[in-house]
Write a protein that binds this ligand. Sequence first.
Ligand code: A3P
Length: 303
Amino acid sequence: LPRVGGFKRPFYCYNGWYARLPSLVSAMVAREHFQAQPTDVLLATCPKSGTTWLKALLFATVNRSSHTNSHPPLATLSPHQCVPSLEFSVYVNDRIPDLDALSSPRLFGTHIPFQSLPASVIDAGCRIVYLYRDPKDCFISLWHFANKFRAKDNIELWTLDEFLEHFSNGISPFGPYWDHVLGYWNGHLERPQKVLFLKYEELMQHPEVHLKRLAEFVGCPFTEDEEKEGVVEGIIRLCSFENLSNLEVNKIGRSELAIGTVENSIFFRRGEVGDWVNHLTPEMARRLEEITESKFRGSGLSF
Ligand code: A3P
């Protein structure tokens, strides 16, 4: 496979997208072995688009009980343990797990681009929820995330300029970012009833509207009684950045992922819309906006 960049941990290009070796290998193992069921729900995202939030919201929705506000699994497990990622937690270390015993609907996360999903995902007709986010915020979030790994390994930190150069050229985990979004967008246009599109910024602005949409899409709509009892608001509160990031499991817990052992707190930073203004120069922002405009032109997608 083409190896890219003179990085300490190089990227490889496969089927039009980039990844580091451990996640690429487990993505390939998942592609080979994952047998989707029609009732499965796949939570697909480009890294740093709000995967953790989406996992928590869907897990709490699908497993809701009358005691939503003290939902036990989310209080003691990280959202990434509740909803495992195919390529980061399920198919790692040459493990081929038996997933048949999991109760339905099974929820899985994935960053695998649409064109490389396991064939059974499309064949079985399982549902996909795709969450995307302003690339400027994704970029800043990813820059912080990557530098935390570098700091841990005593590797010189990425400057914003260097990182922007790579990101703009499409070299980012599971990137190019824009192709990732467009791949799922085309999947949505082909099968709108199977691929739901959701924007981080809109979810932040109208969480109730979109949580109800999500619940209907995964076949667990809220009843009128539940709505009256405040179940929707309860789940939103439970999964808020404020609440999740302050739970002990997410403050001091750790998870074993394909990329190594990570502190659960690494998935929580600010959880805001528009933090890019605190980091990007106007030129840097314009560069990302211009790429977004030209890549998304004619697609119906915009920011
Ligand atoms: P920031 O770095 O901008 O704060 P992912 O889960 O895909 O890795 O994305 C991580 C981003 O989502 C981080 O963004 C993180 O802070 C934010 N995030 C995590 N939990 C969240 C929540 N409950 N609500 C909103 N944003 C959240």
